[in-house]
Design a binder for this molecule. Structure first.
Ligand code: AMP
Length: 214
């Protein structure tokens, strides 16, 4: 089964994708993570996108479509969770074509609905375990033992360069201008479903499970 999680920055897509990976053996395909990896390892493409990402703008379709095409070849039958991709109509069309070329398809598109006012607080308090990527929040989800990752025991944490209020405004604008038209696109294809992204993490997971197990 292949699914897309769609929603503004801070909606909880990454957190739910990680949950689905551990519960269902699906594979998270996050173009944001792939781009950050390219940036950290200093590849030519990584250097090219660093400024665009720090500002909160979208990188070009060609780059992310190329990244996804490469990853799709490595799935080996596992279900994919597209997290942060597609973000434009051109990316959505490219994904349809890529999946069709593999005799596969997107089974569910899940919109994570959130209240925009909550996003600034969610994003600016967010940090991640450097070792395993588990996501935490200063006030709403600190590690059980301070400075030790609940999931892997790691002790190093990172904060994203674009998790600032300024960059978030640009990211939100990109979401509403370029990504939200995808809701209509998938609705028209009869594939759009929604969950309440403002609910507790476990409750959101339950709602998603309800959609996948239908
Ligand atoms: P994310 O981790 O999904 O919030 O993505 C972080 C940043 O990476 C975004 O603000 C964009 O600059 C870039 N990015 C990630 N995915 C895409 C995509 N599908 N299309 C264009 N830019 C992307």
């Amino acid at each position: 089964m292949n699914i897309i999680l769609i929603g503004p920055p801070g909606a909880g897509k990454g957190t739910q994708a990680k949950h689905l990976m551990s519960k269902r053996g699906m594979v998270q395909l996050s173009t944001g993570d792939m781009l950050r990896e390219a940036k950290t390892s200093g590849t030519e493409m990584g250097n090219l996108v660093a400024d665009v990402m720090a500002r909160g703008e979208l990188v070009t379709d060609d780059i992310v479509i190329g990244l996804i095409a490469e990853k799709l070849d490595t799935l080996d039958g596992a279900g994919a969770i597209f997290d942060g991709f597609p973000r434009t109509l051109a990316q959505a069309d490219a994904l349809e074509a890529l999946m069709a070329s593999k005799g596969s398809a997107i089974d569910h598109v899940i919109e994570m609905r959130v209240d925009d006012d909550a996003l600034v607080a969610r994003i600016t308090g967010r940090f991640t375990c450097a070792a395993c990527g588990e996501v935490y929040h200063d006030t709403t989800r600190p590690p059980k033992v301070a400075e030790i990752c609940d999931a892997c025991g790691g002790t190093e944490f990172t904060r994203r360069a674009d998790d600032t209020e300024d960059a978030l405004r640009t990211r939100l604008m990109a979401y509403y201008k370029q990504t939200s038209p995808l809701l209509g696109y998938y609705y028209a294809k009869g594939r759009l479903e929604g969950v309440d992204g403002m609910a507790e993490m476990a409750a959101v997971s339950t709602q998603i499970a309800g959609i996948l197990d239908k």
